[in-house]
Design a protein around this ligand. Structure first.
Ligand SMILES: NC(=O)c1ccc[n+]([C@@H]2O[C@H](COP(=O)([O-])OP(=O)(O)OC[C@H]3O[C@@H](n4cnc5c(N)ncnc54)[C@H](O)[C@@H]3O)[C@@H](O)[C@H]2O)c1
Length: 249
């Protein structure tokens, strides 16, 4: 058990997913006091809460991150319930269908950008509206190496994550003097439900492209914890690439 997040309160979106659950578990290991677990349904978030130690107070809320006012409400509710919000992790994400641009439906393009990019915008905006100039907050956005390197058949996903990386930089500058730090983590591929619709060959090809092989959610959470906690207090606008060597030139 570490103490990197001792006494802090964190809100995690996409908390019912594989990475969200791993982040919640690692935050608990680092002595976090309170967690707000956000996902599309309470049920998804409750699954993650059930695996946490009783030392952590955890609230589960259903919020669609594409709904800006609902995201802002979740921030206010967290502050009302726990008296603080120290860490906000934008984990909620979806992948776009595996298709070249001429075969991609506009609705699929829009949905991917709405969840991955607009959802992250809503999180940053919600925190800024409620807490800027009032209390320090570390915002950690889950981007992807697909935002740094171009992947054919994944235009919407790549563009959404490239957008998250640049939004991270712009937001970092906007709020550097107002107490908000905004950083991101760019993971390589770790197989989860998000890959359920991907042809097996695509996953095998991705495996071959990672010099250290594919990762696991547990491989990503150390970087998220570092950015969430005070050891990264003089960092903002950056991304930490955790990808088993995938993006090396
Ligand atoms: N798995 C990978 O290889 C990989 C690599 C790089 C980045 N990522 C990113 O990591 C994050 C987590 O992915 P994962 O692999 O754990 O996938 P996952 O499918 O297990 O988790 C994603 C979670 O987000 C939730 N979600 C989706 N849309 C939402 C919305 N509109 N509002 C609220 N919640 C919503 C889902 O219900 C799910 O619980 C995503 O942002 C993903 O893009 C994943």
């Amino acid at each position: 058990m570490g103490e990197q997040l001792e006494g802090k309160t964190a809100l995690i979106t996409g908390a019912g997913g594989a990475l969200g659950a791993a982040i919640a578990s690692r935050f608990a290991d680092e002595s976090i006091a309170n967690l707000v677990l956000v996902d599309m349904t309470r049920h998804a978030a409750e699954h993650t809460r059930a695996a946490l130690p009783s030392s952590v107070k955890a609230e589960c809320i259903a919020v669609d991150v594409t709904d800006g006012p609902a995201v802002e409400d979740a921030v206010r509710q967290t502050v009302e319930t726990f008296g603080a919000l120290d860490v906000y992790v934008n984990t909620a994400g979806v992948v776009s269908p595996n298709a070249r641009i001429h075969n991609l439906e506009f609705d699929d393009w829009n949905r991917t950008l709405a969840v991955n990019l607009n959802g992250t915008f809503n999180g940053i905006r919600g925190v800024a509206r409620v807490l800027r100039k009032k209390a320090p907050v570390s915002i950690v956005n889950i981007a992807s190496v697909s935002g740094l390197t171009a992947w054919p058949y994944a235009s919407a996903y790549c563009v959404s994550k490239a957008g998250v990386l640049h939004l991270t930089r712009v937001a970092a500058l906007e709020y550097a003097k107002e107490g908000l730090r905004i950083n991101s983590v760019s993971p390589g591929t770790f197989p989860t439900a998000i890959h359920a619709d991907l042809p097996e060959q695509v996953l095998a090809d991705l495996d071959a492209k990672h010099p250290m092989g594919l990762g696991t959610p547990g491989d990503i959470v150390g970087a998220v914890t570092f950015l969430a906690g005070d050891d990264s207090r003089w960092m903002t606008g950056q991304t930490i690439v955790v990808d088993g060597g995938y993006s090396l030139p």
